[in-house]
Design a protein around this ligand. Sequence first.
Ligand SMILES: [Ca+2]
Ligand SMILES: [Ca+2]
Length: 500
Amino acid sequence: MKQLAFLFVLALLIALVGGCTAADNGKPITTRSTGTTTTAKEDNPALWSPVYVDVDCEVYTVTDAAIVFIDGKHYNSGKTFSGFGHHKLKYTKYNNDYTRDLYFYRAGDVNGDQLVDAADVTALKTQLNGTPDALTTCAGDLNKDGKLDSTDLSLLTQATSLKSGLLLLSPVDGVPVMKPSAAVAEVVKDYTPASTTSMLIKDGTQMFHRAPLALTWASGEAVDTYTVTLSLKEDLSDPLVYTSDRTGLVVYNLIPDTAYYWQVAAGDVKSAVGRFVTADTVRTLTIDGVDNARDVGGYAVGDNRIRYGMVYRTASLDGITAAGQREMINVLKVRTDLDLRSPGEGTASDGNGSPIGSDVQYINCDAPYYYGVAHGLAASEYMDALRAEIRTFVEPSNFPIVVHCSVGRDRTGTLMMLILGLCGVSETDVYLDYELSVLSEIGGKNASVPSLRSNLTRTIQYVKEFAPDGDFQAACEAYLLSLGITADEITAIKENMIEK
Ligand SMILES: [Ca+2]
Ligand SMILES: [Ca+2]
């Protein structure tokens, strides 16, 4: 509750501050002023690295709350941060003390006076001739390509002399954005079912989330609301649409290894159409108030793959915030909430439907998990529930589906093993998809990777007994047929899940 109350106060403060206009003489890249204390989200995926916070993208002015957001979690720093520049954040988590360097900056504000104007062009020229300091390195990198060079100087010159219209600044095309966390990338690379270890269970969400993407632009004049259109097509059809009251926007959860096109509009004024590409690797998801969230899309099925944007697996949705609901509905387009918990467990079957919202279909199945446990696949009293779970994937209008239990690891993992196995995902990738849970905060808590893995191994061995001479996919199919799932239903599930 404490956190909710804080978020409410924060939201109120953001609302109060949102209408402010920077009283500066220079050409503003932002239309907002900032106060003395800053709340921020990290935009750097590396563990324990400095946190660079572009205030135009992700910082909110608050009064005396010395709390910093990093990857969606807030930490009480025990001190306040005054103004822009370099600060030290100290905080405690899991009984460990951490210190991180925080740089609060505004893109383009190279000299740190909170204005973006011709003085910054001069300052950047000077810094480029020497060894730029850390603040300049982040504030001056206008196209956010990780390099500070003459391209940034040219963009800053254009931005500060812009008389009208909209100029896209970042991201730059050709440099993959929204990189996976270092830990996820390490696990996915050359994964074998013995490669993750308990050493990876250290700090939950820091290890799980993909870097958010900061879209930035400059405006010839201050505008109340910008509309940002994001599409997989160059003609911007079928877009995701966001609004922003500043000249920056942070987006999450885009599809990996994919080209996107984007445009900013202010009334009738439109920018050029920009293009960028996202980095590869598993689509872990950032949904405020929901842990262990990821898309099961992308796994290879022969020459094809599992479709992105069809099935998301998560931990409990009970703590979802309004921002998380918006992400689920507007970006992930969720239509069905498949809750695998027992009635009465959290909000399961409490009569209020899905925590995502009343437009989302809610299905609750008291699900089995693993083989060889009391609540397992051999327990006949859970087979009605298992059939209902599986049949949720038959009807195309149910998709996209979010599947979850409490942690999103065991009951969800058992169901995903069967669905992905049925679709022809390799046994190795099924293990990978399962083990990624231990990199999330909730899924890694009190987890022993070897014992979890042995649970899955025993369950896969049990399923394989249904087609002893066949492969894993044939075994999943035979097992589901033995449950009473029909051949037509199995075909429908595959058609829904596999991209052709
Ligand atoms: Ca400045
Ligand atoms: Ca740059």
